[in-house]
Design a protein around this ligand. Structure first.
Ligand code: DX5
Ligand code: ZN
Length: 240
């Protein structure tokens, strides 16, 4: 049973029949106008909103905590995809769940008890994601693939928006897609994603494309989302 009552009913976080999901990362938004920025990308066609939580310890940057998620959730129907780049994710599952997170993703490098943590995310009423940095082997998540709803492959070293995509991470996506079998987890990629690499990422097996600077930095966000989606969907068909 869920430990947490959600305040609102959100859109489903599953993959639509029609293909890839696009998740703008709020990290590249104008922080002085966050509500407007969120509503702008929702109107522009985003599927999820990606929220980068950084603690200044696991990554060399600080962003925001559950209070911001709670404030924003009233103003959008987008599923809230919370990416916890924090050293003690154990401390933050319930606070983010209570704040309105739909997906909570933790880093395999940040916990000794990944299996337990995934179960806690589920018990808190959220979808459970697990992420690995570019330098971390896929083996770090292999034993929990039956338990998760999402695997987030970092395609930059986490901490900052606007970094250069690391092409070798696509090989990791391909290997993950090849061992997925009939499990239902989604593969998400995060870091340096734009319309220039959306097709190769999708072809490798990605279901959810996170993009910060390529969307929030664009004058026309709707066009930026459309371009990423059409490049991605142009190359391969959805597997679900
Ligand atoms: C990096 C974050 C990403 C980042 C993506 O640590 O997890 O979500 O904001 O931004 P871009 O798309 O600009 O690389
Ligand atoms: Zn992220």
């Amino acid at each position: 049973m869920s430990l947490v009552q959600k305040k609102t009913t959100r859109k489903k976080t599953t993959q639509p029949e029609t293909g890839v999901l696009v998740a703008p990362s709020l990290l590249s938004a104008d922080f002085a106008r966050l509500k407007d920025e969120v509503q702008a990308v929702e109107k522009a066609g985003a599927d999820w909103l990606h929220l980068d939580v950084m603690d200044g310890h696991f990554v060399p940057n600080l962003t925001f905590g559950p209070i911001l998620v709670e404030s924003l959730q009233e103003h959008t129907q987008l599923p809230l995809d919370c990416h916890l780049m924090v050293s003690r994710p154990e401390d933050w599952i319930e606070p983010f769940a209570r704040a309105g997170a739909d997906v909570i993703t933790v880093h395999a490098e940040a916990t000794f008890h990944l299996d337990r943590l995934i179960h806690r995310i589920r018990e808190a009423g959220c979808r459970a994601g697990v992420s690995i940095n570019p330098g971390t082997n896929l083996g770090a998540v292999e034993e929990v693939l039956d338990q998760v709803d999402l695997v987030l492959i970092m395609s930059v070293n986490p901490g900052f928006g606007g970094q250069k995509f690391i092409p070798s991470t696509l090989d990791k996506v391909k290997r993950l897609a090849s061992i997925r079998g009939d499990r239902s987890f989604l593969i998400e990629i995060d870091g340096g994603i734009s319309s220039a690499n959306a097709a190769t990422a999708r072809a490798a097996g990605v279901d959810v494309l996170v993009a910060g600077s390529a969307i929030f930095g664009a004058a026309d966000r709707a066009k930026a989302i459309r371009d990423i989606r059409s490049k991605a969907n142009g190359n391969t068909r959805s597997r679900r």
